[in-house]
Design a protein around this ligand. Structure first.
Ligand code: ADP
Ligand code: ZN
Length: 604
């Protein structure tokens, strides 16, 4: 996709132009004006010049006499005296009587030349520079000061050679949904004839990095129409009232270019519920109101389709999502196993990669990764190949890259003390052993105990066997037991505990809490929701919906639940103490253990 941009010139360029014009004006125009400057002399000088026969031309006026010297080099003037013989004397001295030696510079002309002309020049120059700056500002976001109310919408033309649906993988439902819009943009008459109108707005909803922006671009690419894009946060800027005028401007541009796609990223930045609370953001509300007005202002079949993306749909103002506005919602979820494999393949097309790479295996290892992370994994693999001086990326590159993208780079100079390394080894094996004993299957792909730049001292790559959407109560309990397994191993072996379990504790608590307050998995509360999820795509924060007494009951139950699973984990590890030692020793020595090696030792 090619973005049309005017070439930018540095500010100094315009200052130089201004300076040059000023200098030219002074050098050329001023002497010309000065040439007509007339020297004022006293009458005596005039009389003596007459006697010396040194008068060239002379003009006698009512109250002054203007004359030149013989060579006509200078012009003089003097006041007129009561001197009756003057004309005779002049005649005798051979002076030439003339009229209009000097074109009398009228005061008006003087003002024009000295004041108005430079002023006009400066204003013209100022206008020119201002215009240039405005152009410049609408290209770059940083010069807001000159950008009063001008839309930042970038115009993309020739979108056909940009992103297509085939570049976006693993989101088939979303693509199907949007294909209709592409068809409409190609052939609006088909829809008009039957009286159907397209939705004006489509909301793309999903977690960050799942390809929402890409999909919007792909719609424009497939339909071969211009693509206007703007981020919601760009609307809400420094000056009050600018957001609204930017919206106006954006839609004006869009209507001129229809059919076209207008894409508003992060629409929640302007589209949050208007709560009317004190200190709420007036600017945002004005902007939102303007957006609503604009959306109502054009006909459904005008050919302008607005796509908007958000990862917090629940926070949007209901006015935005009502019919006639963003009435179609397209979910763009994290990719499943098949989707991940496809995304990896799409991105692998752009790099040189070994023929025997098993994308399915990589996809399985990268469970939970978003499209953006998968793209990053492929790129990291290529970078690793370059670093090793190879011409293409291999399976090993890809596998290592998963760890890099998810856990950070290996910290080469972070050295664990011997004791720390032993603790970390036991901790990680503790998790894995508890998991393995509960399910009788390989719990992990791989464990490494190399410190990472993310701060993690070890890294466990979980197995994911396909996708499943339901979890039973027992499965969740087992998961909690697995989270406590790391700490349990430290207790069993060292008799003391470390800070290494803080993340495990958080995860275990979250799960236990959800079981009781949201999944109805406790006896006391039956199927009553005590909490609701407020933003499902961003970490899943919850808000309480119960009384303080109930809350303290929930807390007690959460504690009891986690405690029970922690004890279960301790028991499992005590029973399998020998295996625990053996596995931890292996990991301590090799620093890495695969799922197969793990199961091999466990079943030996
Ligand atoms: P979002 O707008 O949902 O946050 P983007 O569309 O900006 O995500 O995606 C960021 C990058 O991640 C894209 O440039 C692309 O490289 C990659 N990506 C994300 N999802 C996909 C996908 N479904 N198929 C291919 N690449 C993807
Ligand atoms: Zn742990």
């Amino acid at each position: 996709m090619q973005e049309v941009k005017k070439p930018r010139k540095p500010l100094i360029f315009y200052y130089t132009i201004a300076l040059v014009i000023l200098l030219l004006f002074n050098l050329l125009a001023m002497p010309y004006i000065n040439a007509y400057q007339v020297k004022e002399v006293d009458y005596g000088t005039f009389m003596s010049m007459t006697e010396e026969q040194n008068i060239g031309k002379v003009e006698v006026m009512d109250n002054q006499i203007v004359f030149t010297d013989k060579a006509e080099e200078n012009i003089y003037k003097t006041g007129r005296m009561d001197d009756p013989q003057m004309v005779d004397r002049l005649y005798n001295s051979g002076a030439e009587f003339a009229s209009e030696i000097v074109e009398e510079t009228s005061p008006l002309l003087t003002i024009l030349l000295y004041w108005v002309l430079p002023l006009v020049l400066f204003i013209a120059l100022g206008q020119f520079m201002y215009k240039k700056l405005m152009d410049k500002a609408s290209g770059g976001a940083n010069s807001m000061m000159f950008n009063m109310g001008k839309s930042n919408a970038k115009v993309y033309v020739k979108s056909s050679d940009g992103i297509r649906f085939s570049d976006v993988a693993g989101v088939d439902e979303a693509k199907e949904n949007l294909a209709e819009i592409v068809d409409y943009l190609h052939n609006p008459d088909k829809y008009r004839q039957i009286g159907a109108s397209m939705p004006k707005g489509v909301l793309l909803v999903g977690p960050p990095g799942t390809g929402k922006t890409m999909l919007a671009k792909a719609v424009a690419g497939e339909a071969n129409v211009p693509f206007f894009s703007m981020s919601g946060s760009e609307f809400v800027e420094m000056f009050v009232g600018m957001g609204a005028s930017k919206v106006r401007d954006l839609f004006k541009q869009a209507k001129e270019k229809a059919p076209c796609i207008v894409f508003i990223d992060e629409i929640d930045a302007i589209g949050k519920k208007r709560d009317g609370q004190l200190g709420s953001n007036d600017e945002r509300e004005q902007t939102l109101n303007q957006l609503l007005t604009e959306m109502d202002g054009f006909e459904g079949n005008s050919g302008v389709i607005i796509l908007a993306a958000t990862n917090r749909p629940e926070s949007l103002d209901p006015a935005l999502t009502r019919p006639g506005r963003f009435d179609r919602r397209v979910p763009v979820e994290l990719p499943d196993l098949k989707g991940r494999e496809e995304i990896l393949k799409v991105h692998a097309r752009k790099v040189k990669i070994a023929d025997d790479v098993n994308f399915g295996k990589v996809a399985r290892m990268a469970s939970g990764a978003s499209g953006a992370e998968l793209a990053n994994i492929v790129n990291e693999a290529a970078l690793r190949a370059v670093r090793d001086g190879r011409g293409f990326a291999t399976q090993a590159d890809l596998e290592e890259s998963i760890e890099v993208v998810i856990a950070g780079y290996q910290k080469k100079n972070a050295i664990l003390t011997d004791r720390e390394k032993r603790i970390v080894a036991y901790h990680e094996i503790g998790h894995a052993l508890v998991a393995a004993k509960q399910t009788n299957s390989a719990p992990v792909q791989k464990i490494t105990i190399v410190p990472r730049t993310s701060g993690a001292l070890g890294y466990t790559m979980q197995v994911e066997e396909g996708d499943h959407y339901l979890m039973s109560k027992e499965e969740i309990e087992n998961k909690i037991a697995t989270y406590t397994g790391g700490r349990a191993a430290e207790e069993v072996v060292f008799g003391s505990v470390t800070t290494g379990a803080s993340n495990d504790i958080e995860q275990a608590t979250k799960l236990a809490r959800a079981m009781i307050s949201r999944y109805g998995m406790s006896e006391d509360f039956d199927m009553v929701a005590m909490e609701t999820v407020t933003n499902q795509y961003l970490g899943g924060d919850t808000s309480l919906a119960c009384s303080a007494e109930t809350q303290s009951k929930i807390d007690q139950q959460v504690i009891a639940l986690v405690k029970k699973q922690h004890e279960k984990a301790l028991e499992i590890l005590r029973e399998n103490r020998e295996k625990l030692d053996e596995l931890a020793k292996f990991l301590y020595e090799k620093e890495t253990i695969t799922g197969e090696e793990f199961m091999h030792i466990l079943n030996a």
